[in-house]
Design a protein around this ligand. Structure first.
Ligand SMILES: Cc1cc2nc3c(=O)[nH]c(=O)nc-3n(C[C@H](O)[C@H](O)[C@H](O)COP(=O)(O)OP(=O)(O)OC[C@H]3O[C@@H](n4cnc5c(N)ncnc54)[C@H](O)[C@@H]3O)c2cc1C
Length: 254
């Protein structure tokens, strides 16, 4: 296929993959383009945009027999926020989406774009629930932790959230403002019967994820608060996590 434009709308997933293969580094997948455009200068994108927003990636959300939730990578965030399956299965996610950008932005922005952009708030939440990302290339499903350091050029098709059963989940972000600004700190936790997974992103740093036993006896793992950022943000992240964990421990004792 001859692609000589800076913007293409592939006919289907196969077409998208073949355009990307022919363009290689000169092409990039884009969905809502709300994050990608943040890096463009006045001249616009340097790569040809392969727009995947209109492709059929299946339903926005469905439940697999195993109880896991399968989400389409190109589903717009606002549609996910309003989806009854999500509010039923993972209400924390639905609530938190209300704090990701504005309604107008969420109508355009996709889940896949948020998870692959490198600074999306949802990455922290999806890390603690051990979500898996399924790419078109060989259908492999990777943990978020595996792709944060080595982002793929492959087409992300779906995101699988395992059955959360009785796990309790929390997530909180802090920024200069509630929306329209990149978060400075995002913390999340997923507390099971005997273990807890905690994740933190400090501004400009990758997500750090740790797993430990529940109930927790010792201090929070120092690894959560490493990164190239000031001590105040680390203290904020520490206090946010401590607050959530204390509340959950109290509920367990009640
Ligand atoms: C005003 C404003 C406010 C914002 N507020 C927030 C906020 O509060 N919280 C937050 O987390 N983010 C925020 N963002 C950032 C961004 O809009 C979101 O993270 C959004 O979800 C990105 O989705 P998108 O579809 O627009 O991604 P795009 O911009 O289309 O893509 C982002 C990256 O992901 C890649 N990509 C996208 N989809 C795929 C796919 N299926 N397969 C492979 N690669 C893919 C692209 O190549 C690109 O590198 C904001 C942005 C703006 C402009």
């Amino acid at each position: 296929m001859n692609v000589d434009t800076a913007y293409v709308r592939p006919a289907d997933m196969e077409d998208a993959i073949s355009i990307k293969a022919s363009l290689r580094a000169a092409g990039m997948y884009g969905c809502g383009l709300t994050a990608a455009q943040l890096g463009w200068g006045v001249k616009g994108p340097e790569q040809t945009i392969i727009d995947i927003s209109g492709l059929d990636f299946g339903p926005d959300v469905c439940l697999a027999d195993s109880g896991s939730m399968v989400l389409a990578a190109n589903a717009p965030l606002e549609r996910l926020r309003l989806n009854p399956l999500i509010s039923g299965q993972m209400p924390t996610f639905a609530d938190f989406l209300g704090y990701v950008g504005s309604t107008a932005m969420r109508n355009q922005a996709s889940l896949g774009g948020n998870l692959l952009w490198g600074a999306g708030d949802l990455e922290v939440l999806f890390a603690v629930v051990d979500a898996k990302l399924r790419f078109a290339g060989n259908g492999r499903a990777q943990s978020l932790g595996q792709i944060t350091s080595d982002r793929s050029d492959d087409l992300l098709v779906s995101i699988i959230v395992p059955a959360l059963q009785e796990s309790r989940i929390f997530v909180e972000k802090l920024g200069h403002r509630q929306a329209f600004s990149p978060a400075r700190v995002v913390v999340a936790g997923c507390v099971g019967r005997q273990s807890v997974r905690l994740a933190v992103r400090l501004a400009g740093n990758p997500v750090v994820l740790v797993e430990t036993s529940w109930p927790m006896n010792g201090p929070l793992d120092d690894a959560l608060f490493t990164g190239d950022t000031d001590i105040h943000l680390k203290t904020v992240a520490h206090n946010l996590l401590r607050g959530h964990l204390a509340q959950l421990a109290q509920q367990d004792m009640a």
